[in-house]
Design a binder for this molecule. Structure first.
Ligand SMILES: *Cc1c(COP(=O)(O)O)cnc(C)c1O
Length: 235
């Protein structure tokens, strides 16, 4: 299938999942994940009308974004090290993967230097996996108000990557948990949080049924990522 056909198929699946929950399809934003894909892939997706892209390594994005059409918008979805915050604030319109107070503080400070305010999502380790980044839910609730008081960031919602499963239904309880946690965060903050970033190629339809507003899709659009040997080096 061509890339345009892949986009059309994903959009149809998004619409069908929205219909099952009587949600409007405009309530879902599709983030095209181009990590480890070359700039030509970004340009081809832009020609299909895609505007919003996700990358998980600052170095890779720093090389790729200048080679991409200037009208595109970028979200950061990987683990962010504090020494990369300055570049991240410059390159991205949202950082979806904030998982500690110290990182939020650094982003706020770098955003201040750049005379910006940075929209962020807080990443949650929904299943308490030792191998994964993300806030444990209790810690998130404990630090939420402190993060919310930082001058140069705006909390827009939560993000999670549930444990890998070859059955999309395996992700459902984790998506449900993240949605409940968003409600708890909204109660603490006394304000609505617009975004729930959950769902990837294998489970985005279930994520939409459970309240996702942002789905992050890579391989279902672009096929398997180029193998490790061809990837730019890690950050
Ligand atoms: C790679 C990645 C995705 C996209 O994964 P696919 O399974 O290729 O759709 C989504 N979110 C994050 C955080 C990722 O690292």
């Amino acid at each position: 299938m061509s890339l345009a056909e892949n986009f059309e198929k994903i959009q149809q699946q998004i619409r069908a999942a929205c219909d099952r929950r009587e949600r409007g399809p405009d309530s879902i934003t599709l983030l095209a994940v181009t990590k480890s894909q070359p700039p030509e892939v970004v340009r081809a997706a832009a020609e299909c009308g895609q505007i919003l892209f996700g990358e998980n390594k600052v170095q890779e994005a720093k090389a790729k974004i200048p080679l991409s059409p200037g009208r595109l918008r970028w979200h950061f979805i990987g683990h962010l090290q504090s020494n990369k915050c300055r570049d991240a604030v410059e390159l991205f319109e949202m950082i979806q993967s904030v998982d500690s107070l110290s990182l939020a503080q650094e982003i706020s400070s770098r955003a201040g230097q750049a005379a910006k305010t940075m929209p962020i999502l807080l990443e949650v380790n929904v299943a308490g996996e030792a191998s994964k980044f993300g806030y444990p839910p209790e810690k998130l609730l404990a630090e939420l108000e402190t993060i919310n008081q930082l001058p140069r960031i705006e909390i827009h919602g939560l993000m999670a990557v549930p444990p890998w499963s070859d059955d999309p239904e395996g992700s459902r309880p984790h998506f449900r948990r993240l949605c409940e946690l968003k409600t708890q965060c909204e109660q603490k903050l006394g304000a609505p949080l617009p975004h729930l970033s959950m769902g990837m190629s294998g489970d985005f339809e279930v994520a939409i049924e459970e309240g996702a507003t942002l789905v992050r899709i890579g391989s279902a659009l672009f096929g398997p990522r180029p193998t490790a040997g061809l990837r730019p080096s890690a950050d």
